[in-house]
Design a protein around this ligand. Structure first.
Ligand code: HEC
Ligand code: HEC
Ligand code: HEC
Ligand code: HEC
Length: 455
């Protein structure tokens, strides 16, 4: 009897201990990150953190190679964005890039082994533009990436295709009874398995749909934002929270989600992060769609784009703030324009077509190029019935908005010269090309041009 009772007691005790241990395995850590009483705390489960430690560990970097000696652009044949590095440092960058992007495949993932200068593999063309993108992020988006910066590893983590990318969803033709699903009624993996709209990326990380939906008054007076819009905002917010492995109070004082005054400073970092993601997707990744093979594209023909998770992968700072970029000078300064005095191609001056080339960052024509312009004026004067249609272009190096303006100014230079030479205004037409960027990456003299058709 006693034996049985003590056995039962022991069994109960064991079960209780087991249950309690189940609750407490291991206790979660909660850190206060805002004012007392505001509930601004972050909760971390050490077990999950330990399981993900390897994902967030930065790989070791090799010591910098000597910066002296001949430059890569003088030794190699086809170096457009890393030309300023010494040959030794250039090679070190190639080794690092291989380790970050294609460790299994090696150099030949991007290179034709018979000729390293050859651009026939799309992966090399994409990489050249990715180098420029990384430079741009480290130089022009300090508001977001600060001194932590980014390298290829931030997104790629040893894989050619980063683990977190997204495509534009293909909108199915509305079915008769169901109609447009407004992005809902599907399990939204993008939004933490909620039933919120499943594509918060196209409107906010590619387009610029308004995110702020709250009204300033208790009653809905004057606030035109709908419940549906608010659901899209929440979908984005859940993506941002899960991408960073944080809860809403990492960025908000939940007393009032809209207020900025007593919100944690991370709210502002996130604000810049949203704009930066748009810039990455619009200026760099989307224009590469024609370069990617079909099997890399989404159902709608778009390239795989970045969101917060592409870099963060569940950490509040990618790789918990490990500063890898500072050790790679090729990724922390903008590609220098080709050596000064680089030769422009001769201007083209045919009866029906003229092309004039410009120096880096310039909208004026000198020397040979000015002679090409004079030739165009002569042709226009000699054929009074002809109209000149002028289009300006720029190279891929530098900031897109500034470059588009430059392409326009180049077209204006030619137009103004024709008008100044007495050509009637109605015979001079400006035609903005669909794409003013005339090459994929780097500073290519052939790209910096104005084309004129004379008909
Ligand atoms: C992920 C893509 C990628 C990988 C992997 C890669 N490279 Fe490159 N490589 C490039 C790009 C892009 C350029 C052009 C850089 C530029 O335009 O500034 C380049 C250029 C070169 C050049 C200059 C060739 C010339 O004459 O123009 C050499 C040499 C080179 N790489 C060697 C290597 C070696 C060796 C490896 C392996 C350790 C390697 N690369 C791995 C992308 C890659
Ligand atoms: C902001 C994140 C990000 C950074 C930083 C980044 N990439 Fe990418 N990369 C992407 C995305 C997104 C794609 C598109 C995925 C695909 O190929 O479908 C991509 C694609 C590529 C591809 C094509 C791979 C394939 O198999 O199709 C190469 C090669 C590449 N990147 C090289 C680089 C190199 C080299 C660097 C560093 C100089 C770099 N990337 C930095 C996000 C990034
Ligand atoms: C990483 C920071 C961050 C996290 C985490 C975050 N938010 Fe936000 N939230 C922002 C930023 C930044 C804005 C403003 C965006 C803008 O104006 O471009 C915003 C805007 C909002 C708005 C609109 C406010 C207005 O002015 O109308 C709501 C509502 C909101 N967040 C709710 C949430 C909820 C709910 C969560 C948790 C599921 C959350 N947020 C998590 C940064 C964050
Ligand atoms: C190109 C890579 C990249 C992308 C994409 C990116 N981030 Fe970041 N983010 C970083 C880096 C690097 C840091 C670290 C900056 C630092 O050290 O302060 C950072 C820091 C932050 C911080 C500050 C964290 C802290 O602990 O102070 C917030 C908040 C943040 N990111 C939100 C976002 C949101 C939201 C998005 C998507 C809209 C986003 N990020 C997209 C690279 C990225």
């Amino acid at each position: 009897m006693t034996n049985l009772r003590s056995f039962a007691a022991a069994a109960c005790g064991l079960a209780a201990a087991f249950l309690l241990a189940g609750c407490e395995r291991p206790p979660v850590e909660s850190t206060q990150t805002g004012y007392r009483g505001t509930g601004i705390v972050q909760v971390v489960n050490p077990r999950i953190a330990a399981a993900n430690a390897a994902l967030h560990a930065a790989p070791a970097t090799t010591p910098a190679a000597p910066a002296e000696g001949p430059k890569a652009r003088d030794v190699y044949q086809n170096v457009k964005v890393l030309g300023d590095l010494s040959v030794a440092e250039f090679s070190r960058h190639m080794v690092a890039i291989t380790e970050w992007v294609s460790p299994q495949e090696g150099c030949n993932y991007c290179h034709n082994p018979a000729n390293l200068a050859d651009d026939s593999k799309y992966t090399k063309v994409v990489s050249r533009r990715m180098i420029e993108m990384t430079q741009h992020l480290n130089v022009n988006w300090k508001d977001h990436v600060a001194n932590t910066g980014v390298t290829c590893y931030t997104c790629h983590r040893g894989q050619p295709v980063p683990s977190n990318v997204w495509f534009n969803p293909v909108v199915e033709t509305p079915r008769i009874f169901i109609g447009d699903d407004a992005g809902q009624n599907k399990v939204a993996t993008q939004a933490g398995l909620s039933s919120l709209p499943y594509d918060p990326f196209t409107p906010y990380l590619e387009q610029e749909a308004p995110i702020r939906v709250g009204g300033p008054t208790a009653l809905p007076t004057g606030n035109r934002a709908s419940t549906k819009q608010a659901e899209f905002t929440y979908s984005l917010m859940i993506h941002m929270s899960s991408a960073l492995g944080v809860n809403c109070t990492f960025c908000h004082n939940t007393r009032n989600f809209a207020t900025w005054e007593d919100a944690p400073p991370q709210r502002l970092s996130a604000y810049h992060g949203i704009r930066m993601a748009r810039d990455v997707n619009n200026a760099y990744i989307e224009p590469l769609a024609p370069v990617f093979p079909a099997h890399r594209l989404g159902a709608g023909g778009d390239a795989a784009k970045a969101n917060c998770a592409t870099c963060h992968q569940g950490a509040n700072k990618p790789l918990f703030g490990a500063q890898m970029a500072k050790d790679y000078s090729g990724l922390t300064a903008l590609a220098q324009a080709l050596a000064a005095g680089s030769t422009l191609p001769p201007p083209l001056a045919e009866a029906m077509r003229s092309v004039m080339y410009f120096d880096t960052g310039s909208a004026t024509l000198h020397g040979e190029q000015a002679k090409g312009l004079a030739q165009l004026i002569a042709t226009m004067t000699a054929t009074p019935a002809a109209t000149a249609t002028i289009s300006g272009y720029h190279s891929a190096s530098g900031e897109l908005a500034a470059n588009q303006e430059l392409a326009k100014q180049r077209a204006f230079t030619v137009r103004d010269a024709l008008l100044a030479a007495g050509i009637a205004e109605q015979r001079v037409v400006l035609d903005k090309p669909l794409q003013t960027e005339a090459n994929i990456a780097g500073e290519d003299p052939v790209a910096r041009r104005v084309e004129v058709t004379v008909k």
